[in-house]
Design a protein around this ligand. Structure first.
Ligand code: NAD
Length: 378
């Protein structure tokens, strides 16, 4: 079968779903690979490198989509792209079925099969190699620290030099999921003093293992909402959390917020008053911008200075590291392709008896199969 890799069309999106190294591996699995001309440009992969890896370069999106049996994408397709998808084809990429009911209907009407990488059952250890949410969150957490360091006027690490003694920067990370843990590790590696908080107590050990200190909210309430995700906390907890965060804001040079609750707006953790209490020159990177932000003063997509504090709400952190994120994402899709093509003959088999494959199959031959039934863990 022929795998097609179109150029991404969403503004600011610089990733590409397949990098040249992965093209070679897909060819070894028996597929032919076509790449739209310029698809990898923004991530620094030229048409020439794709050609050398064994891909055919196709001049237009229309030619690419209409001749592909399988399309590898990053972002959910636009209505125009859906219109180009050929009947019976398989689309693999981010889809977000809960947020995109109309797109799901349009795709189903095309009589295609859709594997949504965001619907992967992440709790299966077998699925980890395909977990693009995790790999992308890792990239954004790293990049958030780099953005903070770029906007911050001082070193992260403490230094004793002939020109003076410099204290280490103090970083506070709100939310220690995948992105938060990546931010903690990166900031600690740069030499900062890192503290972090999460409503799920189970992450405390992970924070410590990455070189951070876990700061607890002085209020007994378990924050797990099932499946490793968070829940909305009680008003009492939120009040106690605000008091603790107010103290951290005053003491911190940099705050990185990553807190999300599935299906809910991002919790507001950093108030305008807390921003005002921070030292001039401090930096907040709010990674929850797309879900409304964790900080009251965040402007999603923008970097703004308020009360002397730079508040970064970029929503394209992964695209700011496009070569790295494309490489990791395309490795996730390669692992999925291997699962779908165990026979290594360039043919895919969507096995609905396999929990991992069942979970991410959101449309099968035009029939909506999302949401998948819950998995019974042994
Ligand atoms: P996420 O992006 O949904 O949320 C980020 C973090 O914000 C979470 O840790 C959450 O607890 C925290 N948070 C939510 N509300 C908060 C609040 N009010 N205050 C402070 N923190 C708050 O989460 P994610 O990073 O996608 O993943 C969450 C978890 O899923 C991971 O930590 C991991 O344990 C689990 N996971 C498991 C597997 C696996 O089992 N193989 C794979 C991937 C992820």
């Amino acid at each position: 079968l022929r795998i097609g890799v179109p150029k991404e069309t969403v503004a600011l999106e610089k990733r590409v779903a397949t990098v040249p190294d992965v093209v070679e591996k897909l060819v070894k699995l028996g597929f032919s690979v076509a790449v739209e001309s310029g698809a990898g440009d923004a991530a620094n992969f030229s048409d020439e490198t794709y050609r050398s890896a064994g891909a055919e370069i196709v001049p237009t999106a229309a030619a690419l989509w209409s001749t592909s049996d399988i399309v590898f994408k990053v972002r959910p397709p636009s209505p125009e792209e859906v219109g180009l998808l050929r009947e019976g084809a398989t689309l693999i990429g981010f889809v977000w079925p809960a947020q995109n009911p109309e797109l799901m209907q349009q795709l189903a009407a095309r009589k295609v099969t859709v594997l949504a990488i965001d619907a992967l059952p992440r709790q299966l250890s077998r699925a980890q190699k395909m977990d693009a949410l995790t790999s992308m969150a890792g990239v954004s957490g790293y990049r958030a620290v780099i953005e903070a360091a770029n906007a911050f006027g001082r070193f992260f690490n403490g230094q004793i030099t002939a020109a003076g003694k410099i204290p280490p920067a103090k970083v506070f990370v709100a939310g220690a999921g995948v992105a938060g843990l990546a931010a903690i590790g990166t900031a600690a590696n740069l030499g900062a003093i890192v503290r972090a908080n999460d409503t799920r107590a189970e992450v405390a050990d992970q924070v410590v293992s990455l070189g951070g200190e876990f700061v607890k909210v002085d209020y007994e309430e378990e924050g797990s909402g099932g499946g490793g995700y968070a829940k909305v906390m009680s008003e009492g907890f939120q009040q106690a959390q605000r008091e603790m965060y107010a103290k951290q804001a005053k003491e911190s040079d940099i705050i990185i917020t990553t807190a999300l609750i599935p299906g809910k707006p991002a919790p507001k953790l950093i108030t305008a008053e807390m921003v005002q209490s921070m030292k001039p020159g401090s930096v907040i990177v709010d990674m929850a911008g797309e879900q409304g932000g964790n900080c009251e003063l965040t402007e999603p997509g923008q970097a703004v200075v308020k009360h002397g504090v730079t508040i970064i709400g970029y929503t394209d952190l992964v695209s700011r590291l496009a070569k790295q994120s494309s490489t990791l994402y395309s490795n996730n899709l390669l692992r999925l392709a291997e699962e779908l093509c165990k026979t290594k003959d360039g043919v895919i088999h969507v096995n609905m008896d396999d929990d991992a494959i069942r979970g991410l199959t959101v449309i099968k031959d035009g029939a909506i199969t999302w949401p998948a039934p819950p998995i019974k863990m042994a």
